[in-house]
Structure formats: structure tokens, C-alpha cells
Design a binder for this molecule. Structure first.
Ligand code: PGA
Length: 249
């Protein structure tokens, strides 16, 4: 049985004091054990959020990493730095990073490999534009993103460490959710792709999330679909509403 994983991607929101107050206000209600909960604040809030979640089941995630070990990369953050902040998961390849900061599939693959060397679990985001969906190119596009992101990554890491987040770009921050059927269809397609690339055993183990305007109202419908193993939540993870998403039935 794959354990559901619900991650909150705060993006560029919350100062240190806001982060502390907010997590303190929800921690008792998101500290569950039958599903995994991850909070991904900005880098500067990692330490503060960790101090609130430290003795709970809730895990800490980062929103990005650089693939080089250390050196003259002004403004970047290394995997070792994330380890020193007790980070368990790191989101990579979010469409905002791909589109606004020009990240390529190759960079995302390097980031995934770097994280794995430090035993941090990558949450790899993939997803098509509305235009690609309308032209019926969405399956081919997402398949190429998955293949490129996982290049040269061993099957044990894929089965046990990697999480894939299917986030159709047209559903992110727009209030326009994919239907549960559309989301499940692509998550299943990604699972079939993993089966082709590795094996059915690996495909049965890897966790695949859906992301894009997940909220308290649509969470249970989406999260009860057979191939959807969790959610990557943006806007609603900044509000008390996150508690209802985590506790979906
Ligand atoms: P959203 O963002 O829930 O605000 O649509 C999701 C994401 O970008 O991960």
C-alpha cells in the first residue's frame, strides 16, 4: 500500500514570524500517522518551521536546490545545506522554476541525482500547458519530462525515494482543477511509463501526486482516485484549509 503524501508548497510566501505562527496554529491537527504530511516553506523559514514540527510526524521540505556540491554559485543552496536544516523532501522542476527561471530537464535530472546522494527525497514536478493538452500532445510531453528527469537513476531510488507530482500548468493557481478523472488518467499514464522504464514492481511502489488548485472541497474526490497518491498544494497550504486537505476522507 502506498502511503498518501500531502505536501504544502508555500512558494514565496510567509516571513519567519508568519511561518512560525501559522504552523503552530495547525500542527496538532496535521500531525497524523496514516498519511505523510510535508511543509515546504522558503529557505529562510526552514529552521523556524523545523523547530515547530521537530517532534511530530510532519516532515520538512525545500522548494529548490542547486546541483553543484559547493562553490561560487551566488544565491544558490546546496543539498548539504538542506541536510543541515533537516530537510526530508525537496520540490524540483516546478513549472514556475521551469518557466520563470528557465530550468531545463537536464538541470532537474542533475538536481534529483544530487538530492539522492544526500538521502533527500525529490518531489519531481511535471505537467503540460493548456495548449499542449488542446493539441493532444500532453501525454507525449509529460512522458518526455518523466524520462528525462529520471535518466540514470536506479530503480531502488525511483521506487522508494522519488515522488512525482503531476501538475498541469493550466490548473496551477488558477482555481481551475483538472477533474479527478483527468488527474487520475495522467497519474496512471505516468505509472505505466515507470513500468516501461523500470518494472511493474517499481511502478506499483512510486508515489504520484496531483497538484493544481487542490482545496478542501475537491481534495477527497482527487485523493481517493486509485493512481493518485497525494497532493502538492499551493495556495490552500497557506491557510487553515490545509488541515481539511490533510484530513480528507
Ligand atoms: P496551487 O499550486 O495549489 O495554488 O494551484 C500548486 C503548485 O503550484 O504546487
Amino acid at each position: 500500500m502506498r502511503k498518501k503524501i500531502i505536501a504544502g508548497n508555500w512558494k514565496m510566501n510567509n516571513t519567519i514570524s508568519q511561518a512560525e505562527d501559522f504552523v503552530a496554529s495547525i500542527i496538532d491537527r496535521i500531525n497524523v500517522s496514516d498519511r505523510e504530511v510535508v511543509i515546504c516553506p522558503s529557505f529562510v523559514c526552514l529552521d523556524t518551521v523545523y523547530s515547530v514540527i521537530e517532534n511530530t510526524n510532519v516532515k520538512l521540505g525545500a522548494q529548490n536546490v542547486y546541483f553543484e556540491e559547493k562553490g561560487a554559485y551566488t544565491g544558490e543552496i546546496s543539498a548539504d545545506m538542506l541536510v543541515s536544516c533537516f530537510v526530508d523532501y525537496t520540490i524540483i522542476g516546478h513549472s514556475e522554476r521551469r518557466n520563470i527561471f528557465s530550468e531545463t530537464d537536464e538541470m532537474i535530472n542533475k538536481k534529483a541525482k544530487t538530492l539522492l546522494t544526500r538521502d533527500i527525497k525529490p518531489i519531481i514536478c511535471v505537467g503540460e500547458t493548456l495548449e499542449q493538452r488542446e493539441q493532444n500532445k500532453h501525454f507525449d510531453f509529460v512522458k518526455s519530462q518523466v524520462i528525462n528527469a529520471l535518466k540514470d537513476i536506479d530503480e531502488k531510488s525511483v521506487a522508494e525515494k522519488i515522488v512525482i507530482a503531476y501538475e498541469p500548468i493550466w490548473a496551477i493557481g488558477t482555481g481551475k482543477t483538472a477533474t479527478a478523472e483527468q488527474a487520475n488518467e495522467m497519474c496512471k499514464f505516468i505509472r505505466d511509463t515507470i513500468s516501461e522504464l523500470y518494472s511493474k514492481k517499481v511502478a506499483d511502489k512510486i508515489r504520484i501526486q496531483y497538484g493544481g488548485s487542490v482545496n478542501a472541497k475537491n481534495a477527497s474526490q482527487i485523493l481517493n482516485m486509485p493512481d493518485i497518491d497525494g497532493a502538492l498544494v499551493g495556495g490552500a497550504s497557506l491557510k487553515d484549509e490545509f488541515v481539511s486537505i490533510v484530513n480528507f476522507e
